[in-house]
Design a binder for this molecule. Structure first.
Ligand code: C5P
Length: 209
């Protein structure tokens, strides 16, 4: 049988990361957060004063990227997410990051990858594809609560606008737009807590094993 490769895609703040980490731990598989790669490219470009709309220059940064760039704690923040989605529209950036993701996915023991185009472009042969969704309102509410729990002063309406803007950019781009693969299992978490979402994902994966 082929290795257990699990692709988890979906829009910003749908809970993909939390779900993917739990799934990886449960099945004893290595996990790659592919958003972190785009975040690192966006952040490096911004730090160096490179124009984020410049496909060639940001593509060159993506080529230079190595895992030491992924340790930066600021990559998890909202600003890096915004920078990421701006550089992620460029084919040169996406191509430069493809091989690293594919070789991670090809590990003999299997792997869990989360992102936007894992099931459609990076690993169209993945054994299991899960597309995690939730309404923009639910995602914005969760993100607002998460930030508020960290003591941050956040405005729901503003977060909702950011979520919608990121959705539009990720789904509307010409190259590798955010969309479910035809054979992906849709997992709408609008009304599911993390535990229920995890159970639903495990049910899908167990059936594929
Ligand atoms: O998943 P995360 O929010 O960290 O991703 C940040 C941004 O990186 C996304 O909004 C998207 O534009 C881009 N991305 C992508 N393809 C991936 C992962 C992330 O285009 N596989």
């Amino acid at each position: 049988t082929t290795a257990l490769t699990i692709a988890i895609d979906g829009p910003a703040a749908a809970g993909k990361g939390t779900l993917a980490k739990r799934v990886a731990a449960h099945y004893g598989l290595p996990y790659l957060d592919t958003g972190l790669l785009y975040r690192a490219v966006g952040k490096l470009a911004d730090d160096r004063g490179v124009d984020l709309d410049d496909a060639e220059a940001t593509g060159a940064i993506a080529t230079e990227l190595d895992t030491s760039h992924l340790d930066d704690g600021s990559l998890r923040g909202r600003e890096a997410g915004e920078l990421a989605s701006r550089v992620a529209v460029h084919g040169a950036v996406r191509t430069a990051l493809t091989e690293f993701q594919r070789s991670f996915a090809a590990r003999a023991e299997g792997a869990v990858l989360d992102g936007r185009d894992i099931g459609t472009v990076i690993c169209p042969q993945a054994r299991v594809k899960i597309f995690v969704t939730a309404s923009a309102e639910v995602r914005a509410r969760r993100r607002t609560d998460e930030l508020a729990a960290k003591g941050r002063d956040v405005d729901y309406e503003r977060i909702l606008a950011e979520v919608r803007e990121r959705d539009a950019r990720d789904a509307g781009r010409a190259i590798a737009p955010l969309r479910p693969a035809p054979d992906a299992h849709l997992l709408d978490t609008s009304e599911l807590g993390i535990e229920a979402a995890f159970q639903a994902a495990c049910a899908v994966i167990d059936r594929a094993m």
